[in-house]
Ligand binder design. Structure first.
Ligand SMILES: Cc1cc2nc3c(=O)[nH]c(=O)nc-3n(C[C@H](O)[C@H](O)[C@H](O)COP(=O)(O)O)c2cc1C
Length: 170
């Protein structure tokens, strides 16, 4: 599968077949994250992969009862131990972790899996459930599994409304 194909086939999956993900596929997803770029190559991301059903049920409650948590055979809790702010003024942690998570999302497509980014959760509740130290930032969660729904038609703005050439001309 070429990269663009994976990009256009990725969608936010909210209904999963509960069958487990093969361990080698889970490893490949994490390897895809490992090879992501990061500011100063610090690689300050940390990923907690939750497959245990009872723990996913607890995470479901911590994520405003998004039911896909109980169906998806894996939830990736993406964290960072960086508080570094780049010279441009932007924090490293959410950027680096987001790139790595999108590597996971695209690799998942190639493996026949689907994902959903999850930003709607209580970080303190997730920390308590998983024993994540207070000084670690949880950036995002991601559900992963075999899809039980179909890809909806992607809704995107036309290219000319989001990109211009040479000078700002929006
Ligand atoms: C940072 C981020 C946080 C998101 N949080 C949630 C979430 O908590 N729950 C959810 O169902 N979808 C969540 N989404 C999915 C978006 O709603 C989805 O990406 C968007 O509607 C575009 O649809 P698509 O991913 O199917 O192309 C999130 C996406 C991103 C990038």
């Amino acid at each position: 599968m070429d990269v663009f194909q994976a990009i256009i086939q990725r969608y936010s999956c909210r209904s999963y077949d509960p069958r487990p993900i093969e361990p080698e596929k889970l490893t490949k997803l994490l390897e895809a994250a490992r090879f992501a770029p990061s500011a100063r190559n610090c690689q300050d991301w940390r990923f907690v992969v939750v497959t245990d059903s009872d723990t996913r049920t607890k995470l479901c409650e911590a994520a405003y009862d998004q039911k896909s948590f109980t169906e998806a055979p894996a939830v990736i809790v993406a964290c960072s131990n960086s508080n570094h702010v780049m010279r441009c003024g932007q924090p490293v942690a959410p950027i680096d972790v987001a790139i790595a998570l999108e590597h996971i999302a695209l690799q998942a497509v190639e493996l026949g899996l689907a994902t959903c980014w999850i930003g709607s959760f209580y970080p303190d509740k997730v920390k308590a459930i998983l024993g994540i130290p207070a000084d670690i930032n949880i950036i995002e969660l991601m559900t992963v599994g075999y899809p039980a729904d179909l890809q909806p038609a992607p809704k995107r703005q036309p290219l000319e409304t989001i990109a211009c050439f040479e000078k700002w001309s929006f």
